[in-house]
Design a protein around this ligand. Structure first.
Ligand code: AMP
Ligand code: MG
Length: 345
């Protein structure tokens, strides 16, 4: 049985949080909101509980989990040899939509970090998440609360779609703020490396700690050598059920190209959907307007991708965005969801 409990995002009921925390302490699974996406949480220090996350998510065991903490003291308990860059990022961005990869201490179970010598740590900026971690009295390992490969959940309803009957409790704190997973930056290498772009942008990182290297996977398909580095990055991600193609270029060129593609696919008898980021009009079978600003597009992207499933289209054509600021994260998710099928108009 999966229970759903509504909680006030700014002032969550302590009784409900305590009930959720009891489930965490007893080794169960609780889905909860963060400012990025919903997480599927278990006690990060309990290997048996963490294995349940991998099982219900159908997540490969070589894809490590992010460990969520509510205070700085916990970071010192879980990580060793914390470099100055980490201190700066913690000071500037914690709690917030960023995850730092540090050398792991032996107390962290190997299953949590997929046998890596490192641990990914994050302090979410969400009252429900923070009070759940505090009341549980233990760090919470939580990947995004979706079946492996599916778009991440930005609403409690999405979690229920993927996990009905498989998790003990879903805390419904309303839609998430940013809608894309946290920025992940590896601080165990020199220079630090951006493994996943998010709402703390590359520009913000460069400002804070100097030149951060962008992992090749962020923009492009990867070599097998690169894949060994962050195993989770090799799997198809964030994908709706229909095939997806991304079109990039100047707005007018993109619109022209997409109109040609719509005609071409429809002449083959396919149902065509368009994910629009410009407000341009299209005569497709289904058009999902994701918004005009990058903040809007990011926050609606995954819900939009799930809607194409309901519209039962065969192919989705998405308008790309430029890769500045939050655009790098949006394009990274679109490219992955499309299996890197990117057309330049
Ligand atoms: P998810 O929480 O499902 O959005 O996925 C967590 C992401 O963080 C994945 O891309 C992981 O590969 C990455 N990650 C977690 N732990 C580590 C680590 N120790 N080193 C590098 N990447 C990590
Ligand atoms: Mg995920």
């Amino acid at each position: 049985m999966t229970q759903i409990c509504e909680v006030e995002p700014q002032n969550p009921s302590i009784e409900i949080i305590r009930r959720a925390a009891r489930i965490i302490r007893m080794g169960g699974l609780v889905a909860f909101p963060t400012e990025t996406v919903y997480g599927l949480g278990a006690d990060a220090m309990n290997a048996t509980a963490v294995r349940k996350i991998f099982a219900v998510k159908e997540r490969p065991l070589d894809n490590p989990l992010i460990v969520h903490v509510a205070d700085e003291g916990s970071i010192k308990k879980l990580a060793a040899n914390i470099p100055d860059e980490a201190k700066i990022l913690i000071e500037k961005f914690f709690p917030g939509p960023i995850t730092i990869v540090l050398e792991k201490k032996p107390v962290v179970p190997d299953v949590t970090t997929a046998n890596l010598p490192t641990v990914a740590l994050r302090m979410p900026n969400n009252k429900v998440a923070l009070s759940l971690i505090e009341e549980s009295g233990t760090p919470i390992a939580a990947p995004s609360a979706n079946k492996a490969g599916r778009p991440s959940p930005t609403k409690a309803q999405h979690v229920l779609e993927d996990f009905k009957g498989e998790v003990d409790l879903i805390l419904d704190g309303g839609p998430t703020t940013f809608g894309l997973e946290s920025t992940v930056v590896d601080l165990t290498v020199n220079p630090p490396q951006l493994l996943r772009p998010g709402a703390v942008t590359l520009e913000m990182l460069n400002d804070a700690i100097g030149q951060v290297q962008v992992h090749p996977s962020v923009k492009l398909e990867m070599s097998s050598e690169d894949l060994a580095k962050s195993p989770g990055m090799k799997y198809r991600h964030y994908a709706p059920r229909a095939e997806l193609v991304v079109v990039t270029g100047r707005d007018e060129d993109v619109a022209k190209k997409i109109r040609e593609m719509i005609n071409m696919f429809r002449s083959k008898g396919l149902r065509v959907g368009v994910a629009s980021t410009t407000g341009m009009e299209y005569s497709a079978d289904y058009v999902e307007k994701l918004g005009r600003t990058k903040l809007e597009i990011a926050s609606r992207l995954y819900d939009g991708l799930r809607r194409f499933d309901e519209a039962e289209v065969d192919i989705i054509i998405a308008e790309g965005v430029d890769e500045c600021g939050l655009g790098l994260a949006i394009m990274n998710r679109l490219k992955k969801a499309s299996d890197y099928r990117v057309v330049r108009a």
